[in-house]
Write a protein that binds this ligand. Structure first.
Ligand code: GLN
Length: 453
């Protein structure tokens, strides 16, 4: 009965695109066999997890929630998922997401929107689970999976975690291999875990991270034992509060949660100081040039020849086949990004937009480095509001983009950043706080997160 109830819940959330329960059961069998044989078990032994459908799964449809990749079964496994299987985890299925990870609400999926398991008190209105990792957040929040993978280009692990009351960390750029992850914006894309709490995230991130010669931007650094060094004692640590993040559009409930968080970190022994990130106001503009620019280049490979969908109208030549395939295969948001990306990279506008955005990116990185002269980690909201209703922002892409204001700066700077739950607002909806750390200092981020739990 419980199982059937779970299946019904799973169907109403639309969190999974493909279910692979046999793979999870196989992993459990392998653990039993290893245990019987007296072998040492991996850190994820027998844990059934959901995989965002952006990670290549050998022999299993990997769609990026797009029509253009529908039916694409990679002949290879992504490095991150291979590492998780080697650590003993098993795959429950492939999780829904915004198409090609472009979005903040999981409404741009070709396979339909994901519904958050949360409701406002006294309302039946369906809420967004956040995005792009909305299948991951909904599945973990609804206890359909103890943990799931996510990817974060401009907030796609942190914002869905905040919207659904779970924990998610985007490590330093380069910690997790991008090999076998469908590329959105390669200089920003990072994988990370989404789970119930900080400890589970630490364990899972350890299994996911590590140098990979197949990714030229992979960090050639040892993976620390983050779980073993977890500590919520922040004595001697300084937490920075960026004054520019107190901006218009920050909702009163989130501002209150932020103040509560500051107090909790003080209670844990931290000193709290104000810091300045003066270029914050240019972060969204810079991100929404750089990310589409890289996306337009990365998505050129979907041409009807190499992967998935081919639309070949009667008598069409090669160019016409490309056009027909891309017209049918990409959703509106993906087309919007390709158009913006090709525009800002075009000869006439490259310097005015793309070069300028890259310069701003450098300034944003410097802002953080200056702030980290004064503090060990930064505490900020993850998103300016709690979860919004499905359909509320789909008519206004710019308003949707504005919700990423607190998550894109850490992405542009390549910094580790985590969202942890910080209670509920007056409507009973979860809120999240974000901790941003120095490069490679996932430990500092995890420890501050633990102090907030
Ligand atoms: N919401 C942001 C966007 O639409 C970030 C998405 C992501 O991190 N993949 O680009």
């Amino acid at each position: 009965e419980g199982f059937n109830a779970n299946v019904a819940a799973a169907e109403s959330l639309n969190a999974f695109i493909t279910a692979t329960p046999d793979k999870a059961l196989d992993a459990a069998d392998r653990v039993d066999a290893d245990r019987a044989a007296g072998k040492e078990l991996g850190s994820m032994a027998g844990v059934p997890i959901g995989m965002k459908d952006l990670f290549a799964s050998e022999g299993v449809q990997t769609s990026a929630a797009s029509h253009i990749l529908e039916g694409f079964k990679p002949p290879y496994e992504s490095t991150v998922s291979r590492k998780l299987w080697e650590a003993g985890a098993g795959m429950l299925g492939k999780l829904n997401l915004d198409q090609f990870a472009m979005g903040s609400s999981n409404e741009s999926s070709y396979f339909g929107e994901v519904v958050s398991p949360w409701r406002k008190q006294g309302s039946d209105a369906k809420l967004a689970p956040g995005g792009s990792s909305g299948g991951s957040s909904a599945a973990v929040a609804a206890r359909l999976a103890p943990a799931a993978t996510g990817t974060d280009t401009g907030g796609s692990i942190r914002q869905p975690a905040a919207f659904t009351g779970i924990t998610g960390i985007k490590p330093t750029y380069g910690r997790c291999s991008r090999w076998g992850i469908v590329a959105f914006a390669s200089s920003l894309d990072q994988a990370g875990p989404m789970a119930q709490d900080v400890t589970d995230c630490a364990i899972m991130l350890e299994a996911m991270a590590g140098f990979d010669p197949k990714d030229s931007t992979s960090l050639d650094m040892p993976v620390p034992n983050w779980e073993a060094a977890l500590s919520s004692d922040l004595k001697g640590k300084t937490v920075g509060i960026p004054k520019e993040y107190r901006m218009d559009g920050l909702s009163a409930d989130v501002a209150k949660a932020w103040d509560d968080g500051i107090q909790w970190l003080k209670d844990a022994g931290a000193e709290v100081v104000e810091v300045s990130l003066p270029h914050t106001k240019y972060a969204l503009a810079s991100y929404y040039i750089i990310a589409p620019a890289e996306a337009s280049s990365n998505l050129a490979r979907y041409d009807g020849v190499r992967y998935g969908l081919r639309d070949l109208p009667e008598g069409a030549n090669l160019q016409e086949m490309y056009a027909a395939t891309r017209a049918a295969g990409f959703g509106d948001e993906v087309k919007r990004r390709i158009l913006i990306g090709t525009y800002v990279l075009s000869a006439g506008f490259y310097d005015a937009y793309y070069t300028q955005a890259q310069k701003v990116r450098t300034l944003i990185q410097r802002d953080f480095m200056n702030a980290f002269d004064q503090c060990d980690v930064i505490l900020a909201p993850t998103a300016p509001t709690a979860a919004f209703e499905l359909g509320e922002k789909t008519g206004d892409p710019l308003e949707m983009y504005m919700g990423d204001v607190f998550s894109v700066p850490a992405s542009l700077a390549g910094l580790p950043a985590m969202s942890v739950p910080s209670g509920v607002n007056g409507d009973g909806l979860p809120l999240g706080l974000q901790i941003i750390g120095k490069p490679f200092d996932e430990q500092g981020v995890l420890n501050a997160g633990l102090a907030l739990e």
